[in-house]
Design a protein around this ligand. Sequence first.
Ligand code: PHE
Length: 454
Amino acid sequence: MVPSKREQFGSSFSFIMAVAGSAIGLGNIWRFPYMVGEHGGGAFIVAYLVCCLFIAVPCFVCESVIGRRGRSDVYGSFDRLAPGSKWKWMGFWSALAAFIIVAYYCVVGGWSLDFLVRSLSGHLSQGNPDGASVVFGKMATATVEPLVMYVVFLVATAVIVMGGIKKGIERFTKITTPMLFVLMVVMAIYSVSLPGSSAGVRYLVHPDFSRLDANGWACALGQAFFSMSLGIGAVLVYSSFMKKENSILAGGLFTAASDTIFAIIAGFAIMPAVFSAGIEPSAGPALVYETLPFIFAKMGVEAPVVSAVMTVIFFLAILAAALTSSISMFEVCIEHMVHRYGWNRKASTLALLGTVLLLGVPCVLSFGPLGGFKIFGMTVFDLCDYVCSNVFMTLGALAFTVFVGWIMKREDVKDELTNGGKLPFSNRAFKPLYFFIRWVVPPAILLIFISNLL
Ligand code: PHE
C-alpha cells in the first residue's frame, strides 16, 4: 500500500514554494476580486480574513498532519492511520473533488492563455480603452477559440504532471511567483492612480456589513478553502513528500500570509480599475478579464512600449500561477490512480486527461452556446464551482479536521506537529491550536455550512 521509498521535498523552502504555488493562483487573481464584488466589498474581506486565520490555517495543519504521517495518497494515508475503518473513502471524495475542479479551473486557465496570445500581438495594450472590456465577452462566448485554449492548457498541465513536478515547475515558480507579486503591486499602484478609482478604494476599505449574509460567509469560507487549496487533499498529498524536520505550522502560516496578501493586492489592482472603467463590481467570473484589458489599453495610451511588455509578462505570470495550481489538483487524482489501481503515471495521466474533457467541454461552453442550459439556476461552470467550493471543499476540510481532532491520538498529532517536541514554536502553539481543531473549527464549519443551506 505505502511505497517503501517515497520521494521527499529537498527542503522546507521547496515544500513551501510548492504549496504556496498551489495556493497562489487564479483563486487570488480571478476569483477573489469578483467574490469581493458580489458580497459587499470590504465586509467580505473581513469575513475572508477571519475564515482564513481561524478556520483555514487549522485545516491546513490537519491535512498536512494526515499526509505526512500517512505518507501516501489520500486513501492510503487514511488507511494507514485508521486501518480497517471507512475513513479511507475520503480518497474517492478527494479525487472526485479534484477532478471537478480541474475541469472548470482549466477554463479560466485557457482564458489566461488566450489573453497571453493576444498580448503578444499587441492586441490588448494597443486597443481602445473604452471598448476594451468587451474583448473578453467576444472571446469567452465563442466556441472554438476557448475550447482550443482549454485543451492546450489542460495538456500543458498533464505534460508537467507526467514528467514529475520537481525539476521543471519548482524551478519555474521560484522565479515567476515573486515576479507576479511585483507586477501585481505595480498594477495596484497604477490602478489606484486612475481617474474615478477612489470609489473602488472606498469599496474595498469601507465594509458594508449589511450586504454580508449567511451566503456571503459561506462564500468567504469557500474562498478561503479554495485559495489555500484545502479540502480536496492537495495539501495532504504534498505534505506526504515533506521531511519530518520541517514545521507544518510554519508552512500553514506562510501559505496563508502570502496567499492573503496576494489576494488583497489583486483586489487593489482590480477594484479601482473596475470603477474607473464603469464596470459593475458584481459582474461575476468575467470581472477580472473585463477589467485587465481596460487597464492595459489605458496604460498603452500613455506608454505603449511599457504597457506592451508588462501585458505579456503579466499574463505569462498568471499562466504560471494557474499551472502551479492545476498541477496540484491533477496530482491528487494521479496519486489516487497510481496507488489505488496500480496504473503507471503515464497511463493515469492520459486516462484523466480524456475524462476531464467530458466535463470540461460543457464548462467551457457555459459562457457561450450552453449559457442558457441551467441546473438549479446555474450554468455547468457555475454549478461545478459552487459545488466544489461550498460542498466538497467545506465537507472535505471538516472531515480532515474531525479526523485529526477526534480520531487520531493526541500524542500522535503532537508528535507530528512538533517533530517529537523539537520545534519550539509549534510546541508553544500546540495547546491552543489543538483546542481550536477540536472545539472551534468543526462547529464553525458546520454552522456556516448549515446556515447557508437554510
Ligand atoms: N488555490 C488555487 C488557487 O487559488 C486553486 C486550488 C484549489 C488548487 C484546490 C489546488 C486545490 O487558484
